[in-house]
Structures are given as structure tokens and as C-alpha cells.
Design a protein around this ligand. Structure first.
Ligand SMILES: *Cc1c(COP(=O)(O)O)cnc(C)c1O
Length: 427
């Protein structure tokens, strides 16, 4: 019997490349048919066949309040009824900018855009325009959206210039991007010693969440901060994923480090297309119309997206919100690790605020190379076994997972019960 998911996927593949509008949705890493979602509520989603799942993807991070939170839906409905877009300033976007500047360390001015990619792409241009330099530093395994300068992987040799990680990115563009190993302070020091005067900025995921989850060791972010300052380069924290996800002040607050420029997305849009980049006033003064760095957007500051963002950020400001979220996420990862241990499966897991990593490896990885040592076949089996029991994890071993405020003790327990069965079947 063909399921509705299968029918839809077949239809999608005829008119959409790979049947999806963003590649990881295609289930290529795990095989099988992507689930087409019909609706969501709280911690749960329902697919086209009416099957329910507890969702640990949360639209890849934005849905920190769970699906279709009533307050967010109402804010969106009210804003939509007033007009979908004006291409002119609105009061609500000022309110959101004020809220971001109040809550995000180091943010004196901020500009709203429509995606995380736009935020990081614009931040890089800003850093280059502000410093008058061309080179940028990024870290292997970190993802900063799909702009040319950032789709770069390490070349051969520890300190060689980057190579494009996508067809269509000119070598000349990639050549300005230095790709270094995450958590490797010695490599960082060497790169700045050699190229410091030419480096416009370093961009980093302060908790890496696009190569599964790799947590920073404290020395790494502190060394990065110090080297950028010493060499006159801007430090860009790409908090598109970690902002309002790992804590009320993002990774900056968690690790006590203030960047020069911060990029935001995902949670700040509450599930609508919205991103932001901001930083020190003197740096932001380089942006048009104040300065020479051009940046613009027809739908930037879109009133419906801004309404969803405002409603979401108001709710995450509730006292104890992030403590409860972190505790639920820890209960999940501790429970999964205990279940794996019971059944002798080589496995580890860790949580940072409301995001988590699960690894078919004895200890959490520290770098992209260590992520690559995880047992991909074991992940695939676990993913499908959990899916069959109504638990939706990211369909790739290279993505972080997300818990929302709607994931309560019952949802976590249901997940752990499923996991015990799945781990048992793996031995
Ligand atoms: C998701 C993500 C982006 C890209 O955001 P989009 O909204 O998908 O363009 C950039 N940086 C990080 C760290 C992300 O997690």
C-alpha cells in the first residue's frame, strides 16, 4: 500500500529538485521517505497519513515554544489582518530592535533581514567594509547559511586556503576564506600570526549545531576573542541557532564573551522568516544609508514575521524559562545515554540549553573530524526505529536536536521508552 507521504514525495520530485526545498529534508542521509507534515501542536506533529510524532527538530530550531503556540498564532493573525507588508518602517520593528538591543550583549544597533543566511552574508560584508580587509576565518563543520564566501571547506594542509564546498562557488571567492579546526587554539594562533593584518573577521557558531552538536571548550572562544581584538578583526558570533536557544543571552551570555557582531535567526522569528544582524554602533554605522556597505531587503522587517518574533521573545523572557528548558533537554540526553548503556550500545549525548547532540561514539566529539568518527550506520538504524515508534529526530547524524517548552515529562518519558526498545534491538 502506498502511503500519502510516498505519493506526495513522488509528486514533489517531479516539480521540485529532490522533492524538497532544502536538501536535508530529503532523508538522503538515512534513506526512506520524508514525512510530509500536515499540522503540529505543542511537541507533536502529524504527517500526511495522520501519524503523530514527538518532534525534536522544531523546524530546525525556531519553534522553542512548540508548534502553533496560541499566543504566537494570535499575534500573527492580528498582524496579518493589518497588512502583510509595507516596505516602509513600522512601530513593531522598532519594538523588536529595542528588545534585541536590550537582551543581546553588545548589540547597540540591529538590522532585520528575512533569513539566517542573509544575516551572516550581510555581517561578512559589513566586517569587510568596516575593516577594509578581505580574508575571513571560519571553522570546519560550522554552517553559516549558503552564501558563497561561507560555503568553503578546508583545503589540504593545516593552514591552506579554503576550497569551495559547493559547485558554483568560484575558487577566487573561497580563496579569501581560511578554514580552521574547531576548538583548536594552536591553529587559530598560527593563522592570526600569519594573516592577522589581512583578516576582516572570524565567524563562529559559538556552540556548533550544524555538525551534530560540538560544544566549545572555554579556551577556544576566549582565544578567538583575544586574537580578533589584538589583530583588529571583528568577531562575529553566528547565533542564528544559539540565540534565545542556549540561554536568555545566547552563547554570549553562557560563555561570558561579547562579540563585535552577532547574527540571529530561527527563534527570533518564532517560525516566520526573520533574521537579524547587529553589533557596536560604530560598526553598524558602516551600513547604508549611514555608510558605504550596501544591504537591503524588500520584505526586511516584515510585520507578520516581526509579530511572531515579538510574541516568542516575550514568552521566553518568563522567569525560569531557560532553566526549565535546559532541565528537560538534560533529562532527555541523560536518559538516552543511560538507556544505551543498559543495552551496551556505544553512545553519548550532551545538551547545551535547549539544544542537544546524540552520538554513536563513546564521548561527545570536539571537532568535525571526531564527528565523522561516529557510527553512521548505527544512527540510521536508530533513527528509523525511533521514527517507527513515533519519535521524529533530525534525519541526519550531522544536525543538532531541539527541545521546546512544550516537551514535558510525559513526552520525554515516551521518548525514552521508545529509545530503550530501539537500543535493545540494536544489540
Ligand atoms: C540555520 C543557520 C543559518 C542559516 O539560516 P537560514 O535561515 O537557514 O538561512 C546560519 N547560521 C547558523 C548557525 C544556522 O544554524
Amino acid at each position: 500500500m502506498t502511503s500519502r507521504n510516498e505519493e506526495l514525495f513522488a509528486a514533489a520530485q517531479r516539480v521540485i529538485p529532490g522533492g524538497v526545498n532544502s536538501p536535508v529534508r530529503a532523508f538522503r542521509a538515512v534513506g526512506g521517505t520524508p514525512r510530509f507534515f500536515a499540522h503540529g501542536s505543542g511537541a507533536r506533529v502529524w504527517d500526511a497519513d495522520g501519524t503523530a510524532y514527538i518532534d525534536y527538530v522544531g523546524s530546525w530550531g525556531p519553534l522553542i515554544l512548540g508548534h502553533a503556540h496560541p499566543a504566537v498564532v494570535q499575534a500573527v493573525q492580528q498582524a496579518a489582518a493589518q497588512g502583510l507588508s509595507f516596505g516602509a518602517p513600522t512601530a513593531a520593528e522598532v519594538e523588536l530592535a529595542e528588545m534585541l538591543c536590550r537582551r543581546v550583549p553588545g548589540l547597540e544597533q540591529v538590522r532585520l533581514v528575512s533569513s539566517g543566511t542573509e544575516a551572516t552574508m550581510s555581517a561578512i560584508r559589513l566586517a569587510r567594509g568596516y575593516t577594509g580587509r578581505s580574508k575571513i576565518v571560519k571553522f570546519e563543520g560550522c554552517y553559516h547559511g549558503h552564501a558563497d564566501a561561507l560555503l568553503v571547506k578546508a583545503g589540504s594542509g593545516a593552514l591552506t586556503l579554503g576550497n569551495p564546498s559547493s559547485a558554483g562557488v568560484p575558487d577566487a571567492t573561497a580563496a579569501h576564506t581560511l578554514v580552521l579546526e574547531y576548538n583548536n587554539v594552536a591553529a587559530l594562533e598560527a593563522a592570526f600570526r600569519r594573516d592577522g593584518a589581512a583578516i576582516a573577521c572570524a565567524i563562529v557558531e559559538p556552540v556548533a549545531g550544524n555538525m551534530n552538536l560540538v560544544a566549545p571548550n572555554r579556551d577556544f572562544l576566549a582565544a578567538l576573542r583575544a586574537l580578533c581584538t589584538r589583530h583588529g578583526a571583528l568577531l562575529i558570533f553566528d547565533e542564528v541557532m544559539t540565540g534565545f536557544r542556549v540561554g536568555p543571552q545566547g552563547a554570549q551570555g553562557l560563555y561570558g564573551i561579547t562579540a563585535d557582531v552577532v547574527t540571529l535567526g530561527k527563534v527570533v522569528g518564532g517560525g516566520m522568516p526573520l533574521g537579524a544582524f547587529g553589533g557596536r554602533r560604530d560598526v553598524m554605522a558602516s551600513i547604508a544609508p549611514l555608510g558605504p556597505v550596501y544591504q537591503a531587503g524588500t520584505l526586511s522587517g516584515n510585520p507578520v514575521a516581526v509579530a511572531a518574533g515579538l510574541a516568542t521573545l516575550e514568552l521566553v523572557a518568563a522567569p525560569g524559562f531557560f532553566d526549565r528548558l535546559a532541565a528537560a533537554t538534560r533529562a532527555l540526553t541523560d536518559g538516552l545515554a543511560a538507556a544505551a548503556r543498559e543495552h551496551g550500545v556505544v553512545f553519548s549525548a550532551q545538551a547545551v540549553g535547549g539544544m542537544f547532540g546524540i552520538y554513536f561514539r563513546a564521548t561527545p566529539p570536539q571537532s568535525y573530524a571526531e564527528v565523522m568518527q561516529c557510527d553512521a550506520a548505527a544512527f540510521k538504524r536508530f533513527f528509523h526505529a525511533m521514527l517507527a515508534r513515533g519519535i521524529y529526530f533530525a534525519p541526519s547524524a550531522f544536525e543538532a536536536g531541539f527541545v521546546s517548552a512544550a516537551h514535558g515529562a510525559a513526552e520525554i518519558e515516551q521518548t525514552l521508552t521508545a529509545a530503550r526498545h530501539c537500543f535493545a534491538a540494536m544489540t
